[in-house]
Ligand binder design. Structure first.
Ligand SMILES: CCCCCCCCCCC/C=C/C(=O)SCCNC(=O)CCNC(=O)[C@H](O)C(C)(C)COP(=O)(O)OP(=O)(O)OC[C@H]1O[C@@H](n2cnc3c(N)ncnc32)[C@H](O)[C@@H]1OP(=O)(O)O
Ligand SMILES: NC(=O)C1=CN([C@@H]2O[C@H](COP(=O)(O)OP(=O)(O)OC[C@H]3O[C@@H](n4cnc5c(N)ncnc54)[C@H](OP(=O)(O)O)[C@@H]3O)[C@@H](O)[C@H]2O)C=CC1
Length: 311
């Protein structure tokens, strides 16, 4: 697979991709319900019995897979997102496969009052919360120089502020109740930066160091805080990227492959289980080695980089 530039090498031409509503003519991506139903797991059936887990953005992708796996392992599951039908889809899958009911709350994590209500609803419904998974988030691919102010703010507000409102609110409740707690923040592999994803890179780096900091501050309250940094994981979220770019996403890592939502769901289950009890302030990278090698230009590679700089 070559690394030809996707766009004409005009340094002044803005690279913009906006998916059409409904994605006409585009393939569905990620693990569908059928695929989720048939995933095997190494974990025992009752691993998370009695454990309450709240997963944001669980109407699709990694959040949905994580919610489904947690329910299979016996957890009390609460999920949130902005779109009711997507949340209902996750609840229906879980009901059909496990017979368990989950709590679905329509909430925008950018709204701190909605977040306060959400955390309260989980406590009211299940009598507490053990693990919060901040998975909701996203971005669009664009050269940073062309970001609109609104676009920059949307990505920062979702991925940094939204994550913070959730973790702070959960921690306040844990402190008030004198209960232990655990936060898992889904970020991204930002170690080498991310061309055409600078907004999310800034937000995720913020979350990683926020997490490392409060992992210490909140240790006296028995609250652990960890991050998971996925590399290129094929999900419904790939609709944000043009097909020509997606055809090259495997070049992001030396395994030359894409991960899937189950890879991340199993890592979440591991961290939430008793096996994770001494893991705190960590960043678990699940990226097939992207931190060491690989290149992706999700909005099109500028000609300047097209020979890949290989010696
Ligand atoms: C070393 C190797 C590194 C490799 C790096 C590779 C990088 C590729 C990453 C691949 C791996 C990551 C994959 C994923 O994360 S997949 C999951 C993605 N899922 C999503 O992104 C879905 C959620 N995303 C969103 O909801 C939106 O993107 C957003 C976060 C912006 C949500 O904001 P909001 O709900 O407010 O959305 P709006 O549509 O109203 O947009 C607000 C403004 O944002 C600007 N905007 C939005 N879309 C685009 C676009 N496609 N291009 C340019 N600008 C955009 C715009 O200003 C919007 O306002 P207007 O509509 O009024 O103009
Ligand atoms: N897939 C990948 O390769 C990678 C993904 N990530 C990150 O992992 C997380 C999961 O991604 P993935 O499963 O791939 O993508 P998806 O787009 O499938 O999932 C993101 C979910 O977040 C929800 N969401 C977005 N904004 C908000 C908001 N303001 N409030 C509440 N919910 C919101 C969306 O639902 P709705 O729009 O209905 O609210 C959606 O269900 C994201 O943060 C993503 O950026 C990081 C690195 C790589």
């Amino acid at each position: 697979m070559g690394n030809e530039p996707l766009n004409a090498p005009d340094l002044h031409a803005p690279r913009i991709f906006r998916p059409e509503p409904g994605d006409p003519g585009r393939p569905k991506r990620g693990l569908d319900d059928e695929a989720l139903r048939t995933q095997a797991t190494i974990f025992r059936d009752d691993l998370l019995a009695g454990h309450t887990i709240l997963i944001s953005g669980a109407g699709s992708g990694m959040g949905k897979a994580a919610a489904y796996l947690a329910a299979r392992l016996g957890a009390n599951v609460a999920i949130c997102g902005r779109t009711r039908e997507k949340l209902d889809g996750t609840a229906a899958l879980i009901r059909e496969e496990t017979g368990r009911e989950i709590l679905c709350v329509e909430a925008n994590i950018r709204d701190p009052e909605a977040v306060e209500t959400l955390i309260g609803a989980v406590h009211d419904h299940f009598g507490g919360l053990d693990t919060l998974v901040n998975n909701a988030g996203g971005q669009f691919p664009q050269d940073a120089i062309d970001f609109s102010r609104k676009g920059w703010l949307a990505v920062i507000d979702t991925n940094l502020n939204g994550t913070w409102w959730m973790m702070q609110e959960a921690a306040k409740r844990w402190r008030a109740d004198g209960k232990p707690g655990h936060v898992i923040n889904i970020v991204a592999n930002v170690e080498r930066g991310m061309p055409q994803a600078a907004h999310t890179c800034a937000a995720r780096a913020g979350v990683i160091y926020l997490s490392k900091t409060v992992a210490t501050e909140w240790a006296p309250h028995n609250i652990r805080v960890n991050c998971i940094g996925p590399g290129v994981i094929e999900t419904e979220g790939f609709r944000m990227y043009p097909e020509e770019a997606l055809a090259r996403f495997h070049n992001a890592n030396p395994m030359k492959t894409r991960g899937n939502a189950w890879d991340v769901a199993e890592a979440i289950a591991y961290l939430a289980s008793p096996a994770g009890r001494f893991i705190n302030g960590d960043l678990m990278i699940i990226d097939g080695g992207q931190a060491q090698w690989g290149v992706v230009w999700p909005a099109g590679m500028p000609e300047y980089f097209s020979d890949n700089g290989a010696a």
